[in-house]
Ligand binder design. Structure first.
Ligand code: RRO
Length: 301
């Protein structure tokens, strides 16, 4: 089977990549990374950040809650160290970039110009930053300004990672496309809370966090389906994927590629297994090219 997909100018050998934040380059010690369509880095800020107070991660029903707060070495050090060590892995590198201000996003894009990455993924949807839980993409004009400036500074395709907001996902995807994004990633973790009743406290040091894992898969599928109908650029699906069958669901709903996050904590080699299963999946679903599954969902009139 032909497993290739194209993400707005970024040609991938197959549609499987890790979700940002879940793995560093040590992933290579746990599985063959060069079988992946791409690797996605942790979010890089302009300057070094320590990350949030511990606990940063806790298990919830059918998933995980995190408030990691993006510890980052800063963009200059990231570049100096061979894209934080990701450049040596043998798969195209998608660098996730973040900022607390428009200027910071642009500074990261400037620092990374010509650094050898295959694409940028602009993270406008972290639920755990010093914005009281508000994400940048709740303000489409602010998001457009950030994305347009990153696109202008970049010679690679630019992906934009969006928040899981049912009412606004279509408009957010359109705003990203209009600002020059090559693709949108749908979606980041869902705003959540884990409570420790004995201590009368949140489980996480930062209070709230983002929910991910199988608990969010049907929610993410609906958001992918909506985003894919709203824009002509590709959608990268993310949310609770843990099997080749899940990949098929996201492709049929409208995704061109997928990201695997939470499931890899328990099963580090899972992504390699999913890639190995894709030919059998295509055969089972009756397609020669995996891309023929994309956006094939029919609904009853
Ligand atoms: O590091 C985090 O707390 C984090 C980020 Br930046 C993000 O975009 N999504 C998430 O679930 N956690």
């Amino acid at each position: 089977a032909d497993l290739r997909v194209e993400l707005g100018g970024l040609a991938l050998a197959n549609p499987v990549m890790p979700a940002s934040g879940c793995f560093g380059p040590e992933l290579a010690d746990l599985m063959p990374v060069d079988v992946l369509g791409a690797v996605v880095t942790k979010t890089v800020f302009a300057t070094a950040r320590p990350g949030n107070r511990t606990h940063r991660i806790t298990e919830v029903s059918h998933g995980m809650l995190n408030s990691v707060g993006i510890p980052s070495q800063g963009a200059a050090e990231f570049r100096r160290s061979g894209l934080g060590g990701y450049a040596a892995l043998g798969a195209p590198v998608v660098v996730s970039i973040g900022g607390l201000s428009t200027a910071e996003y642009w500074r990261v894009a400037d620092e990374l110009a010509g650094a050898g990455h295959a694409a940028l993924e602009v993270n406008v949807s972290c639920p755990n930053l010093e914005r009281g839980g508000a994400t940048l993409d709740t303000d489409p004009r602010a998001m457009s300004e950030v994305v347009a400036g990153v696109v202008a500074r970049s010679s690679t395709p630019v992906l934009v990672k969006l928040s899981p907001q049912l009412q606004t996902i279509g408009d957010a995807a359109k705003a990203a496309a209009d600002a020059g994004a090559s693709a949108v990633t749908v979606c980041n973790s869902f705003p959540g809370l884990a409570v420790n009743p004995a201590r009368r406290e949140p489980e996480l040091g930062n209070g709230t966090g983002g929910v991910s894992g199988p608990a969010v898969k049907p929610l993410a599928l609906r958001l992918v389906w909506l985003a894919a109908q709203a824009v002509d650029i590709p959608v990268v699906g993310c949310g609770g994927i843990r099997s080749a069958a899940d990949v098929a669901e996201f492709l049929v709903a409208g995704a061109t590629a997928v990201q695997v996050g939470t499931a890899t904590f328990a099963q580090p080699a899972l992504m390699a297994r999913i890639v190995a299963e894709l030919p059998a999946l295509a055969a089972r679903l009756g397609v020669d090219r995996l891309a023929d599954l994309i956006a094939t969902l029919t609904t009853r009139p």
